[in-house]
Structures are given as C-alpha cells and as structure tokens.
Design a protein around this ligand. Structure first.
Ligand code: FAD
Length: 436
C-alpha cells in the first residue's frame, strides 16, 4: 500500500489527511509548527484559525452555508469539529478556536493510519503521491521549490485584488460595452461619470475607512498595484490619468467622452462575474459597498469578492491545476488550500477534501472524480481551474460561481433556495455513486 504525504496540517491539510486515512490509505502528515512558526500562527495545534473564529454563514441561503452542508455529507473533519465546538453566532458557524483546533489535532493524531512528523519540508518529495497544503504563509524554502516547479511568473506572494461583482446586479441601462479606442472586440463594461458624480465619488473614497494591516504585510505595496484609495489621496487627477481614465471610451448614447470612467472586466468563463479594473483596495468591506454604490450603474451592486491587499502565496491555478486539484504536469502532486487560489477557511478545507479524496483514489488505482459543477465544491474547483489566467485572483465561494439556473428568478431569496436545492440533490447523487 502506498503512503501519501500531506504537507501542512492547516485547514486544507488536516481535511486531506482525514479523507485519505478514512479510505484506508496510510498518511505521513508533515507540520512544521512548533519547530518553525509562520508570522500568523501562534500554537502548535492543527487547523489553527489565524484570525476570525467564524466559519461564516451556516444557512443554506448563503453559498458558504451550502458548501458546509455538502462537506457534512462527505464526512468533513473540519465541519464536524466546527459543529462540535460551535459558539452562539446568529446565522454563522463560529467556534471556540482552541477547542476546535484541539478537536482536529486529536482526531488526526489518534487515527491509526496517520503518522505525524513535526518538521519543515524543504524539498517536494519526488516519489509517490503528495498533497501540498502549506497555506498562504508557506515557508521560504518550500516556496522556492514550488516556484521552480510552477514557473517564476505563476506563483504570487501577495493578493492585491479588486472587488468582483455579479453582472446581474449591474444597471445595464447605464453601463455600456466598449473597449478603449474600440480596439479588438468590445470587452469591457463601462460606467461613465460626470464631474459632479466623480467629485462625490472621489470625496467618499478618500474619506472611507481602511482595514488595518498586519506587521508582516506593511511593505506590500509597490507602484504597480497601489490601492485605489491611496491613488485617490494623491489628488483627483491621479485617478483620471490612472484607473478612471476616460479617453477612447465615448459613451455611445451621447457620443461624448465622459469626465471619468470605471471599467469592469469579465472574470469568469460564463460571464456572470466582473472585476473592477485597477480598483485593488484595502478599504473595510462596508466602506467598499458604500463607495462603489456611488458609481453610476453600480447603485445596487452585489459584491461577491471584496477587494483585499494582503500577504498570500497562491498560484495561477487556471494554468497549473485540474479540477481534481492535481498539477497538470505532475499528476502525482496535488495542491490544496489557500495556495490554490481558493479563499477562506471553509473553502481551503473543501479543496483539501477533494484533494484528499482523489489522492486516495489515485493510490488505490481508482478513477478520480471531478465534483459536479452544480455543487458549491464543484463550482469552486471549476472557477479556480477555468478562470481567466491573465488576472487570476483568489476567490470565496459565492452564487456567481454556480452555473446559472435554467429559469431566471428575480427574488434573491428564491434564487438562493433553488441553488441550494440543486447543489444538495447533486451532492446526494454524487455520494450515492461514491458509495457504490
Ligand atoms: P494554513 O491553515 O495556513 O495551513 C498551512 C500549514 O502549513 C500551517 O500549519 C503551516 O505551519 C504549515 N507549513 C507551512 N510551510 C510548511 C513547510 N514547509 N513544511 C511543513 N509545514 C508547513 N480566512 C477566513 O476565512 N477568515 C479569516 O479571518 C482569515 N484570516 C486570515 C488572516 C491571515 C493573516 C491570513 C494570512 C489568512 C487569513 N484567512 C482567513 C485566509 C485563509 O482562510 C487562511 O489562511 C487558512 O488558514 C488557509 O488554510 P490553508 O490550509 O491553506 O493554510
């Protein structure tokens, strides 16, 4: 029987090890803490929650609630431990962080198929099957190895993301499709602003509150990816010559060049999601919503992924990975967790679940599974492997990733209900296949 290596016992690695071990596969689980700490972890426990103690919404009206329910159906250790250590948090699943990590650590350390090794892995194993799940703060030596394997330009060290919004929430009567100077196919959605609209927006942007940075993140910015609010504070002309430059973007309704333009670029293959070009930001999430709603056409915008700027090691997954979380060029090597471009505790664990399940199937000579697209787990895998590789940014699970429903439903609540129904029915069917 093959032994599978799992490197990193965070959210993803812990889940992957559990899925492997429960399928009868022997696991060597490597974790460098406490021998070597990351800048954000504080304990020697597995699946340490480095910041918030919330695993976000638990209800099926929310995509992350559906993701959790699917994971329960697949016997996720992370969700099982979270349910067991839950603290009151309204509609969210929040946990006692110490109890939660202790619960995960105990389950893995006591598992007869798991051997834990407390050491930093500095070389990627060349033999057998390996899952790398070393997270956004992967140690330096291993990062270099991964960089060599993936290619210099396809591994990133910080996340400077602009907000991503659903096309459905845009006011298409105000927004127009056009590329600058009509070069190539009309590819951008444009929001035109008058001087008055721009002044109001500019003022709100420079006054909005910024999220605090961790000490190890303070040297993150460089000129090419300045937060939009920092540009705005340099003076209004900086935006007008930068991300809000209007030249070559005449409004087809008036034939005139607007005073300023905000451009949105398609973000997913299906064309349901758009990112706001050049709007990487560190504003607090509530402030982002307030400021963006001042852009004509974005008054009721639904933001599925808020802008962030933080330290994060992640790869250009659409170029590198398959939906089974295997490396295209080295099928014995799986990646899981935040480093694959999924974002968040639950998403990281979900990717570990898929990688663990499939690594076990590979070890046992069985066919590997791509999770159904209709499920939250499958939508996330599909997004990170099929998104536009030219401006790939990590992603939380959200309804914008799900394949559109057959019939258009106006009510948001009803739409969520239908997505949930379809996802869970599809997951039930998948679990039946898995158990046959
Ligand atoms: P991790 O949970 O970080 O696990 C990786 C593990 O690998 C660690 O235990 C590490 O010690 C180990 N490791 C690293 N290198 C090596 C090596 N060479 N050899 C052996 N072991 C190694 N998400 C949220 O949903 N909510 C939040 O509030 C939140 N806050 C965050 C705050 C910060 C500062 C950061 C950086 C991220 C945050 N995230 C948050 C994003 C993300 O969900 C978490 O980082 C999550 O822990 C990612 O899971 P993971 O399994 O990929 O990595």
């Amino acid at each position: 029987m093959q032994v599978v290596n799992v490197i990193g016992a965070g959210l993803a690695g812990s889940e992957a090890a559990w899925q492997l071990a429960n399928r009868g596969v022997q696991v060597r689980l490597y974790e460098m803490r406490p021998v070597k700490q990351t800048p954000a972890h504080h304990t020697d426990q597995f699946a340490e929650l480095v910041c918030s103690n919330s695993l976000r919404a638990n209800q099926l009206t929310n995509a992350v609630g559906i993701l959790k329910e699917e994971m329960r159906k697949l016997d996720s250790l992370i969700i099982r431990a979270a349910d067991a250590c839950a603290v009151p948090a309204g509609g969210a699943l929040a946990v006692d962080r110490h109890e939660f990590s202790a619960n995960v650590t105990k389950a893995l350390k006591e598992h007869p198929n798991i051997t834990v090794l407390n050491e930093e892995v500095t070389m990627i194993p060349t033999e057998g099957i390996t899952i790398i799940a070393t997270g956004p703060l992967t140690s330096e030596a291993l990062t270099e190895q991964i960089q060599t394997l993936t290619g210099e330009t396809d591994l990133y060290f910080y996340d400077a993301a602009a907000p991503i919004v659903t096309k459905e929430s845009l006011d298409m009567d105000k927004v127009y499709l056009k590329s600058r100077y009509d070069k190539g196919e009309a590819a951008y959605l444009n929001c035109a602003m008058t001087k008055e609209e721009f002044d109001r927006f500019h003022e709100a942007l420079i006054e909005a509150e910024v999220a605090p940075m961790k000490d190890f993140e303070k040297n993150l910015f460089f000129e090419a990816c300045m937060p939009v609010e920092v540009l705005a504070k340099r003076g209004e002309k900086t935006l007008l010559f930068g991300p809000m430059k209007p030249v070559g973007l005449e409004d087809p309704k008036t034939g005139e060049t607007p005073y300023a333009v905000v451009q949105l670029r398609q973000d997913d293959g299906a064309g349901t999601l758009y990112n706001i070009v050049g709007f990487q930001t560190q504003l607090k999430w509530g402030e982002q919503k307030k400021v963006l709603s001042l852009i004509p056409g974005l008054e009721n915008v639904d933001i599925v992924r808020y802008g962030v700027m933080h330290r994060n090691t992640f790869m250009n997954a659409p170029k590198i990975l398959t939906p089974t979380y295997q490396m295209r060029q080295h099928p014995n090597l799986f990646f899981a967790g935040q480093m694959t471009g999924v974002e968040g505790y639950v998403e990281s664990a979900a990717s570990g679940l898929v990688a663990g399940m499939n690594a076990a199937r590979l070890a046992q000579g069985e066919l590997l599974y791509r999770m159904p697209d209709e499920t939250a787990i499958g939508s996330l895998a599909r997004y990170i492997t099929e998104a536009n590789p030219d401006n790939f940014q990590p992603m939380n699970v959200n309804f914008g990733l799900f394949p559109p429903l057959e019939k258009r439903i106006r009510s948001k609540a009803e739409r969520a209900e239908k997505y949930a129904e379809r996802a869970l029915a599809s997951m039930d069917e998948f679990v039946t296949t898995l158990n046959q």
